[in-house]
Design a protein around this ligand. Sequence first.
Ligand SMILES: NC(=O)c1ccc[n+]([C@@H]2O[C@H](COP(=O)([O-])OP(=O)(O)OC[C@H]3O[C@@H](n4cnc5c(N)ncnc54)[C@H](O)[C@@H]3O)[C@@H](O)[C@H]2O)c1
Length: 438
Amino acid sequence: MRICVVGTGYVGLVAGTCFAESGNDVICVDIDEAKIEALRKGKVPIYEPGLEELIKRNVEEGRLAFSTDLATAVRHALVCFIAVGTPQGESGASDLRAVRKVARDIGTVMDGYRVVVMKSTVPVGTHKEIREILAGVTEHPFDVVSNPEFMKEGAAIEDFLKPDRVVIGCADKRAAEIVKDLYSPFCRSGAPILVMDNASAEMTKYAANALLATKISFINEIANLCERVGADVSQVRQGVGSDGRLGMSFLYAGLGYGGSCFPKDVRSIIHTAHEAGLEFPLLNAVDDVNNRQKRRLFEKVREFYNGSLKGRTFGVWGLSFKPRTDDMRDAPSIGLIEDLLAEGCQVKAHDPEAMEVAHQVFGDRISYHRQNYEAIEGADALLVVTEWNEFRRPDFDRVKRLLKEPVVFDGRNLWEPESMRKLGFAYFPIGRPSVQLS
Ligand SMILES: NC(=O)c1ccc[n+]([C@@H]2O[C@H](COP(=O)([O-])OP(=O)(O)OC[C@H]3O[C@@H](n4cnc5c(N)ncnc54)[C@H](O)[C@@H]3O)[C@@H](O)[C@H]2O)c1
């Protein structure tokens, strides 16, 4: 099938590449000329495991191309995916300007029937607006399909090629069949392809993200209470998550959720509810708890040093909002580092993939280190912010030698408090017993 994907970011690039991988003829379009130029030269603008190899193979085999020319791409395709950003706008609502523009541009240049698939996360009801926009600029027939994306950054290829489910929102059977056909190679192992109405498909995406965010804020609240009453959230998680009705996933206490989706999607559904005359106190609390949780590590640091942070140096391991991505959008590292800098601290940071992107956020206000051990040399303490696998089994003797004092603040609960005590560290995890310097 001939496809064009408009918006070549985390979602569009992965979706386009995976559709090419299953034999389709795909053009990925973006307005960012530098990005398209880089992709044409084989340079992948984001870090996503496995993506570079997949792009290379599909470009070489002639199934995947990159372009800034939307008109040619739309005329080439039967199915046009819209995968541009929908960032948080004023008042928490999603900013749909890019989506609307792309819909208008597609409508203006299409020269026959098209299936226009909304892959961006858009508020419930957007499909109607897209239909109106298209109808306003074209005489040609079209269908609008709402096909939200559930991939996780860091495992996006795997998620796309082996989804838990595919959601297709569509009023027209023929269009639904076309999109179903595109996904069927990825669902051979039995993952359901759920065809529903557009509004329900749009809502499904928000409901899923809101529920995942709720689990995270819930366990973080439990973690904070554990600290007060002397319980260990890791043990509580095991006890709770072993219940088949509840499950273990998304019950890790830490520094809260970040990234380009959860924070904005939670606020967007709150806004949708408000517009519909409903309040959503549960999700307001989820958002508040998360904002507070992002400051937990800083509070622990400040408490340990009795508020006297000026002139101290901290080694930070992990900058991206989660492991296996270089995405810094709404990352908990940002608030933490800004707070430390505001107190007059120095920050030495290491991240396996996100340092280039982090440089766009912090510039030269912090130092960046290619090796995690370099980042803690002469530092007052180590702060763990992102749970990259490479941090899980460090050489603790070396860590101890490099730090001024053996003090670790662990925002991701990578290590056992008891082992840290035996190793001679002061250790401050989240929701678990802390270990003081002896
Ligand atoms: N990142 C994720 O993990 C994820 C997962 C599921 C859903 N989503 C949703 O998918 C959508 C895209 O997210 P993303 O993270 O890929 O965004 P992104 O910011 O990484 O990429 C968006 C791309 O769209 C391009 N663009 C903007 N306006 C354009 C236009 N008029 N024409 C062509 N290209 C244009 C930008 O240059 C950019 O490359 C969002 O709605 C997001 O909420 C994201």
